[in-house]
Design a protein around this ligand. Structure first.
Ligand SMILES: NC(=O)c1ccc[n+]([C@@H]2O[C@H](COP(=O)([O-])OP(=O)(O)OC[C@H]3O[C@@H](n4cnc5c(N)ncnc54)[C@H](O)[C@@H]3O)[C@@H](O)[C@H]2O)c1
Ligand SMILES: C[C@@H](CO)CCC[C@@H](C)[C@H]1CC[C@H]2[C@@H]3[C@H](O)C=C4C[C@@H](O)CC[C@]4(C)[C@H]3CC[C@]12C
Length: 346
């Protein structure tokens, strides 16, 4: 990519750009990538908010498309310098079939890789997930681990299986020759549980609390630590990786990085109460709370909810100078303000 940070000549493609994370990546790129000439947003479902982005100096191209359709992906990728691939089916609740999850998350990722190779795009960043590592089917805790911590990654659920396969495809594609003869440079980012403005599960918990008279009921031991990371910091890490990947290809190519910031280590419920408490909800004990969470809970999500999985690493800082853009206090304030705007809020 160009050396001059002021020359607007780069074309980026963000797949899944209308999703929870994708929207933050899109907005972060427009705010913090001065070399952007065109930003392509590829998604099955385009959001109406995209229209407001078309008034700025960067050409914003909304592309309604399906990553399972190779020709649609190739058309969207052609001419892009960088692809940030966030599109995926984040389904751990059994809403879609295992086949569909595989088709979107694995075949869709393969389609993105092949499109890069065939059209000459050299830089591919993949949004992977903590679940590529765990928690595993044995319920073994991963306590403040890092990218090198030994852990038996054993999966059976379609979603983590699909993320693990897709990540493997991306990392194996690093170094492949693309059209034009230069090598493809890839890397994968592994967020833990992302929170922040637009987080649907947080919205669902808030609405449930309102329905239950301002109360939520604890179902997970407070001792179980869940890794959580603010969506703005995850978006920032994506932007930073995309910027540094060319100059640090030898170091970063084919690597995985956990997404992390200074969000505190807490149980899933206690962490959510950092935002829902200031919005008027209380967390209480109940004899049999699980019946209240039926839609969210199945054997898999219950196992994940009850297994410690936290990360403590500085690999992203060491490899490409990542520092969280938003402090914990800022992340918390922004999320609280968003919850307060959620329909039905007090
Ligand atoms: N939310 C989290 O806590 C979390 C944690 C770790 C990793 N991730 C990963 O981050 C990525 C984004 O997750 P999210 O939470 O923003 O989910 P999301 O569902 O909000 O966004 C996913 C986007 O992908 C799009 N999409 C789905 N199928 C598509 C297809 N066939 N073709 C084109 N677009 C398609 C959806 O329309 C949506 O806009 C996913 O790859 C997910 O695995 C999420
Ligand atoms: C008992 C309920 C009432 O308090 C709480 C149930 C919480 C679960 C629904 C969530 C607990 C852990 C979550 C997962 C984790 O944050 C990481 C994920 C990885 C990401 O790639 C996709 C989302 C998820 C699987 C996330 C889903 C929801 C939980 C299982």
């Amino acid at each position: 990519m160009a050396d001059s940070a002021e020359t607007q000549e780069l074309v980026y493609l963000v797949t899944g750009g209308c999703g929870f994370l994708g929207e933050h990546v899109v907005r972060m790129l427009l705010q913090r990538e001065p070399r952007l000439r065109e930003l392509r947003i590829f998604d099955l479902h385009l959001g109406p908010w995209l229209e407001e982005l078309k008034t700025g100096p960067v050409q914003v191209t909304a592309i309604q498309g399906d990553v399972t359709q190779a020709h649609e992906v190739a058309a969207a990728v052609a001419g892009a310098h960088v692809v940030i691939h966030t599109a995926g089916l984040v389904d751990v609740f059994g809403k879609t079939s295992p086949e569909t999850i595989h088709e979107v998350n694995v075949q869709g990722t393969q389609n993105v890789i092949e499109a890069c190779v065939q059209t000459g795009t050299r830089f591919l960043i993949y949004t992977s997930s903590m679940e590529v590592v765990g928690p595993n089917t044995k319920g073994q805790p991963f306590y403040r681990g890092n990218e090198n911590t030994p852990y038996e990654a054993v999966h059976r659920h379609p979603y983590p299986c699909s993320k693990a396969l897709a990540e493997q495809l991306v990392l194996e594609a690093n170094g492949r020759e693309v059209l034009g003869g230069l090598p493809l440079v890839t890397c994968a980012l592994r967020p833990t549980g992302i929170y922040g403005e637009g987080h649907q599960i947080m919205r669902d918990f808030y609405h449930q609390g309102l329905r239950l008279g301002g109360r939520l009921f604890r179902a997970i031991p407070a001792s179980v630590e869940h890794g959580r990371v603010y969506v703005g910091n995850v978006a920032w890490m994506h932007v930073l990786v995309a910027r540094e990947l060319e100059h640090r290809a030898a170091l970063m190519g084919g690597q995985v990085y956990f997404c992390y910031d200074n969000s505190p280590y807490k149980s899933y419920e206690d962490f959510n109460m950092e935002f829902l408490g200031p919005c008027g909800l209380l967390l209480q004990w109940l004899l049999r709370p699980l019946m209240l969470y039926a839609p969210l809970l199945n054997p898999y999500t219950l196992a994940v909810a009850n297994t410690t999985f936290t990360v403590s690493t500085d690999k992203a800082r060491r490899h490409f100078g990542y520092e969280p853009l938003f402090s914990w206090e800022e992340s918390r304030t922004r999320t609280i303000r968003w919850v307060q705007t959620v329909e039905g809020s007090a």
